[in-house]
Design a protein around this ligand. Sequence first.
Ligand code: NOJ
Length: 752
Amino acid sequence: MLSDNFFSFKIAGLSFVLFVLCTSVISQNIVRQNISSSDRIKIEELLKKMTIEEKIGQLSLFQSDGDITGPAMNNNDNKYYKLIKEGKAGAIFNVYTVDNVRGLQKIAIEESHLKIPLIFGYDVIHGHRTIFPIPLGQSCSWDLKAIEESEQIAAMEATAEGLNWTFAPMVDIARDPRWGRVAEGAGEDTWLGCKIAEARVHGFQGKDLKDPHTLLACAKHFAAYGAPQAGRDYNTVDISQVSLYEWYLPPYKACVDAGVGSVMTSFNEIAGVPSTSNKWLLTDLLRKSWGFKGFVVTDYGAINELVNHGVATDEKQAAGLALNAGVDMDMQGSTYLNSLTDLLKEKKVTLKQIDDAVRVVLEAKFKLGLFDDPYRYCKKERQEKELMTVESQAFARKFVARSCVLLKNDNQTLPIPATVKSIAVIGPLADSKRDMLGNWAAAGELEKCVTLLEGIRNHVGKDIPIVYEKGCNTNDLDKSGFDKALKIASSADYVILALGEEGEMTGEASSRTDLDLPGVQNELAEQVIGTGKPVAVVLFNGRPLTITKLNNMAPAILESWFGGTQAGNGISDILFGEVNPAGKLTMTFPRNVGQIPLFYNAKNTGRPYNPKTPDEKYVSRYIDVTNDPLYPFGFGLSYTTFAYSGLTVDTTGNKLTIRVTVKNTGTRDGEEVAQLYVQDKVGSITRPVKELKGFKKVMLKTDETAVLTFSLGKDDLAFYHPDLKKYWEPGEFIIYIGTNSKETISTSVFLN
Ligand code: NOJ
């Protein structure tokens, strides 16, 4: 039996179910979305006063010269301060600090005709001044509360410096680590991606956008930007409708359900239609079906790029396509500014379309309280008090430790034994402040950033001598530093080797085809490990790397991503055993690039590979490497061990109640992320071998046992069908619970 809502869905089809789901979510939704009737009247009055140029101005977003986050564009005549004065800019990005923002707002308020306040946006992606681990790292904490809290702090800091809009969260599901922007997302899983998306929107926007400590969020990049062919940024996306609905769209929908105030179009096309000119995507799906109430902004120059895509002959035609599709605001492209008036005269667009777009932009300004006080985000006292607070640093440090994933730990190499009398710290990432921050580090304060070397020194104080050598650079062939590095390794009791990518090797426009450690780092590792000293490798990187060689050599590997301001302190807490690692991978680590895309929720195929008979010929496999990843999704070690037993499933009522016993069987207290996966054995279309459906993060003392209970509705087993209707099918389901997506215990149930 299904729940009432769910039955209705099966009978009445997709649109009704979406309605049911939306209303239930919206009723719990804490974000204030509605505009009061008096504000509505004010918006209509304003619209009546606005010239067509002023209306188009509200639809135009320009970058200041405070920061540059995209290519130079052909709009140099459009100086932003002149545009503000003429009422031709509705929002500005890449400017911050109270003085800078106030200065520009003042032009809008004192020098423009209608005195409409500007919105100020920025890429506050993983913190503003206090930088937290990169989003991919954060997702490995499986800690939704911490993720939400980090966005609250980011919002507090950003709004203390004049900002009121962030271009985040980035919720693109990604299965290809060649794509540099996997660093910005929550990994490969859609279910977890939705939970994290929701936590981020709530963190940024709080309960009411009028609270000046909150930021208007922007779900991006709509849609499926995370699936570029060959992992090359900005490349074509070509996926089936079912995959689009099943894997890629849900996190954007989760943002909409959480009340996100804006959505950014993606650069890519899907099935031949660039997102920025995709009416089905932006109007039919986003607005009509999902009920999105905010405004749609393009990515940087994405309307202009419609010409390169080959769907418009010139930027004027591109502007018409974008407005007709449902784009409200043009980021940096000037296409609306340059062409909408003419397009209106030529009847290629309507005044209603322009008014509708202006309305949602003005609504955002009302929601932010900018009409009450355009300077409400420009309070010097806040800027002095709320940046980089002691509390924010303490939180950031904990968050670093929670995001780290222990990949390997032979012979309990970690934590560093208390008996160690001297430590050699080696490697190009050991003392690089810039690289700790990672990509999109907003206004991150480099000088205040704690490197690994500093973190270790902070930790041991004067008790243990720490010697440091860089050994080599991150990404060149110079081995002249090897000798010095080997010398300090040989004379120390213990070696920490800091290896990985430079911070800027991931992020936008940073796709790679070789995902091994760049430069001569593997050789450095080989020689340092060859000294016979205990060596723990700390990895810094923004994507899964193919570290098969390193994994074969190093006794211990700790994945620390790019941890941000408190990186060195948080990592040291793990290295010295003050914190027991509990992070789990949210993206599969392949053995080599040839295995990509490699993700846990794949299909079985008609000729599945059997790891027990790895040489069997006519099966879906490679002849030169196993199908298995180096580290699977959900993987992460602890300094203690956990055992799972007693898995039961109770199917009474309309739900599945799943229970499992988890015991801490090791010698240290520790936290475990128990993961629940389901396989739908037989379906009318093929189903993945496993799908994450829940998790519980539980702290257990040594020898302590906990019975964990998970509850699944039968609607949690629903999937999209070729007609794009979503419903579940009766039959056998295998329920898996375990410490990662590979090591699980299981049982099976039949559901009618
Ligand atoms: C381009 C990026 O794709 C997007 O994520 C970012 O928000 C904008 N540039 C603005 O910097």
